[in-house]
Design a protein around this ligand. Structure first.
Ligand SMILES: *[C@@H]1O[C@H](CO)[C@@H](O)[C@H](O)[C@H]1NC(C)=O
Ligand SMILES: *[C@@H]1O[C@H](CO)[C@@H](O)[C@H](O)[C@H]1NC(C)=O
Length: 200
């Protein structure tokens, strides 16, 4: 019994200590890692579409969406979403799948704790360009796990809304994480990077 208890305590301590190490922000010059870090830390993104709605047809239209690229600490870099065509921005995507997603560490405790304003480049933020595409099969199964684990209320969303799983097909990554202007990362480098690699 005591041995069991010790095992549980050890497991508990492990769970408490590992994330603290995992969540350390990468060095700003490691731009691809930074992008992956921000993408994994954020639970939601602003998504801009080209509006199909009066009176702003053809104009940019930005809206908030729940996203997940996997569990915190184990992100894949692929922003998954749970969408319905009843939604105004999703209607835009049907006409034109091109979109832009932005995420910021201002959405986490990081910038507040550091005293960084949202527009301060040190408050790392990223912008994806690309298109939003539906996912099926095993990828949809993964998207479901990734999303529902971080957004538990999704399981209750009304079935008659015909929800489907989608991802952003990233064509370009833009990173603002330091002074000197925006930096870009190719999708190849972005997906190769490991956000939580140990470093000293
Ligand atoms: C997923 O399935 C939907 C509906 O059957 C289809 O329209 C869409 O093209 C499929 N997407 C992919 C990536 O296979
Ligand atoms: C993703 O975007 C690239 C570049 O525009 C395109 O070649 C590719 O077919 C897209 N993939 C999907 C699944 O839409």
């Amino acid at each position: 019994m005591a041995q069991n208890l010790n095992a549980w305590l050890a497991a508990g301590l492990l769970l408490l200590t590992i994330p603290v190490k995992l969540y350390i922000i990468p060095p700003h010059e490691e731009v691809a890692r930074m992008a992956r870090f921000v993408a994994n830390q954020c639970d939601w993104a602003s998504m801009a579409t080209i509006s199909t709605h009066d009176p702003v047809q053809g104009q940019p239209f930005s809206n908030a969406f729940s996203i997940s690229d996997g569990p915190v600490g184990f992100g894949t870099g692929v922003p998954y979403m749970y969408l319905t065509e009843m939604e105004i921005s999703v209607q835009d995507l049907k006409a034109n799948p091109q979109a832009s997603l932005s995420m910021s560490l201002a959405q986490t405790d990081f910038c507040k704790n550091q005293g960084y304003d949202t527009q301060d480049p040190l408050c790392a933020h990223i912008i994806f360009s690309g298109s939003v595409v539906e996912v099926n099969g095993t990828e949809a199964n993964f998207a479901k796990k990734a999303l529902f684990s971080r957004h538990p209320e999704m399981v209750e969303w009304p079935a008659d809304h015909n929800w489907f799983f989608a991802k952003m097909n990233i064509t370009k990554v833009w990173v603002l994480d330091y002074f000197g202007g925006v930096k870009t990362v190719t999708p190849e480098d972005y997906f190769k990077a490991s956000p939580y690699k140990k470093y000293n």
